[in-house]
Design a protein around this ligand. Structure first.
Ligand SMILES: [Zn+2]
Length: 265
């Protein structure tokens, strides 16, 4: 069975963000969520190397706290890993704007960062995705930027948590500006390769779900699929499998890096 937050990938994708569902995410959770009234920002305090080295911990939990530990993980490259569609153990005791149901009413985002000087400043691509993901979720839930809480602001007793290690007031102002703005979001990955790859006459377009193009057939052939030129769910799943097999971020989008990897497949 699925929990209720199955709208998360579509809402993030429609904000132009990269999404990597973690298998089993729809039915992962401590229990069903309550009504979504806000978003809570965290940092993982995880390892310095890698894009999302804390992902396994987010799924399985720690010795002192069973997982899942958040609905979303945010990698250093701005990819949202969809961990769970149900309630997660991310908030603990606390209060924000009179709301005390942290795990019940707040979606948790754990962004990969050590929380130490060795990880400052945060990568802009990650911070940009953080702001736009929070804005997309709050807009979907009909909430304002005020209901984006830092764990350090919510947690009681005061001082129990120090994450995330950036200025939450400035973060909320930026989120509010995105919520108010109706302009289409910029894309995190280029629309095409920066220049033609070796052996290619022209730079190849970035392909994703919904693309209809002769180039889609190239991807489908490489993945052993019927080549109808329509980038649908099966093609996306095959691209994610291919990316996983190459140790890449499985976002299901064929951009410059995935094109280069497909060339060697
Ligand atoms: Zn936290």
């Amino acid at each position: 069975m699925s929990f209720s937050l199955t709208w998360l990938p579509a809402v993030l994708e429609s904000a132009g963000l990269k999404v990597a569902p973690v298998p089993g995410w729809e039915s992962r959770g401590r229990a069903e969520m309550g009504r979504v009234l806000g978003v809570m920002c965290h940092h993982t305090a995880g390892p310095r190397q890698g894009n999302m080295p804390s992902l396994r911990t987010l799924i399985e939990g720690r010795r002192d706290l069973p997982g899942p530990l958040s609905q979303l993980g945010l990698g250093r490259d701005g990819t949202y890993y969809i961990v769970a569609a149900g309630r997660c153990n991310h908030a603990g005791a606390g209060s924000w704007q009179g709301l005390t149901g942290g795990n019940t009413n707040f979606i948790g985002i754990e962004a990969e960062n050590t929380g130490l000087p060795d990880n400052r400043p945060w990568p802009e691509v990650q911070l940009d995705a953080y702001r736009r993901g929070v804005a997309a979720i709050l807009r979907h839930a009909g909430r304002t930027a005020l209901f984006c809480a830092g764990h350090k602001e919510y947690a009681l007793p005061s001082g129990r948590k120090n994450d995330p290690d950036f200025d939450m007031d400035a973060f909320r102002r930026a989120v509010a500006a995105i919520i108010d703005d109706t302009a289409p979001p910029p894309s995190l990955i280029p629309k095409a390769e920066p220049q033609p790859s070796a052996g290619q006459p022209a730079a190849r377009a970035t392909l994703r779900r919904g693309s209809v193009d002769e180039l889609v057939k190239v991807v489908q052939k490489k993945c052993g699929l019927p080549d109808d030129g329509v980038f649908g769910a099966n093609t996306e799943a095959a691209v994610r499998r291919f990316q996983n097999s190459r140790g890449m971020v499985p976002d299901g989008i064929v951009g410059p890096k995935t094109w280069a990897a497909l060339d060697t497949a």
